[in-house]
Design a protein around this ligand. Sequence first.
Ligand code: AGP
Length: 587
Amino acid sequence: MCSIIGYKGNEHASTLLIEGLKKMEYRGYDSVGIATIKSGKLLIRKGVGKVAEVNKSLRLDELPGKLGIGHTRWATHGGIVDSNAHPHLACNSTIAVVHNGIIENYHELKDELYRSGHKFNSETDSEVIAHLLEEYFEITGDIRLSMIFTCKRLVGSFAFVAVFNSSTLCGARYDEPLIVGVGHDDYFLSSDILGFLNHTDRAIFLDNRDIVVINDSDISFFNFDGDRISRKITQVAWELGDADKGKYSHYTLKEIHEQHQTIVKSMDQDKKNLEKFCKIITDAKNVFITGSGTSYHSALIAKQIFSKSKIHVEPIMSSEFQYSADLLDENSVLLAISQSGETADVMHSVKSAKEMGAKVLSIVNIPTSSLARLSDSYLEVNCGPEIGVAATKSFTSQIALLYHVADLIGKKSNGIFASKDVLTKAIKQVLELDSHIESVANQIKGSKDIYILGRSLHFPICLEGALKIKELSYIHAEGMAAGELKHGPLALIDNNSIVIVIHPNDSTYGDTLSNIHTIKSRGAKIVGISNKKDEVYDYQITIPTINESLYPLIEIVPLQLLAYYLSICNNANPDYPRNLAKSVTVK
Ligand code: AGP
């Protein structure tokens, strides 16, 4: 996902822009650029690479001026080349723009602008914004009107920030986050509060169809219809910005090692809000749950947890939601799970649920996110900023909170609230196996395919473990229900296969053991994750014995560590996996 930032004030803009972009690097990107205004002249430098690399080669932070914009690009339209990096200029180089999102009608706009004489320098959709602003500014001579007319022409998702060489900074958003940072006598515009949190904790969260214009005299807000609107300042939590790696070599490893604490914090909820949240579920005729990637795996766990409490919850993958939205009506509730609260697939699902008259609940890690603000009620997982692109602590916090909600409204309790100390101790014990798990990773690092098998509640953990391995180490991994092996996948198993089995001594133990013998007889190497010692495994990762229904909270930890160490073995960067973004705000 791209990151955008703008600054207007009395400080050296380029230094603050680079600092802000570095704080947002975790969102994923492939190129970087900034533009500043100095004495009415627009200066720009941009290129492919990481912020530190491009800053070193082009001295981005030496651009003069107290007004500027910056961008890190995650390519959607146009190759990863310098000319496609943002900012993008209008023809007369008096306007520069940075953009996050997708302009769906950019071909039509580009043709129209081309016909009226505009010259384009990139293959991107974003560049049309700069030329539209220029076109409308030439007609109206008014920046506010240029912004309004431009926004009305754009179809798709966008948050963009523009500078005019008349020393004006402006921005607009639709379906992509854009936040104003309000300093003492200066302003930031950013995709993420981390972009300016080192300088101010006073933020204005723009809503869809908001436009902001900041000039030398004041800051003003409008909607796309040109009506002046007012927006309030929110004090954001400073601790959101306290993400640092501490003693760990990567954020991902640090966040894995925080889980014995974060799962407990997830159950620390405001009583009234939790009661309201639960009542919306119990009052609903039918309950649907949605998420993407790891958050969808949480939804699959929720289905099994709630069904044990006699509550039917239907999981629908967010990217598939639009094909089954007819199931919802005014008696439905949709529970959306999302760490970032900005995932486009989730946001589209929630919007269609609202159109069907359903109520919307959400479980998020960012309470100021678009999803939280769109929900009838939401719960925070409280796991602190998760910087690593791979979801780790947010996953265990999501499922811990889902167990807690199920226990509060279900007929049968998993006893998670009473098991906090047991779980803390159990996860700590697994984390202490870190170096053993690293050695197992070294044993299996050369594999081309890794299969992860389990049954019942362990099956969604197999899917999540496989996603972690794919995402972090780029090794193909497949999670599957152990009982399905004989219905086809067994054809793939041979003496080069690595099969990880989630196999605690619980009600699934016997059936899965027979699967293990079947695999073993075909020469595969077995990694057993179990609380029971057994020679059948080639490598064993021993987890503590706990209440059977709570195993998902601890058995995912060895898989997260295995994926992390496989990433290191394969010289990948676990914090910034290739091609991925922390929050996928495009469909
Ligand atoms: C998980 O490790 C991935 N980074 C990805 O699948 C992620 O879970 C998915 O994009 C959903 O993100 P969200 O929870 O912020 O909505």
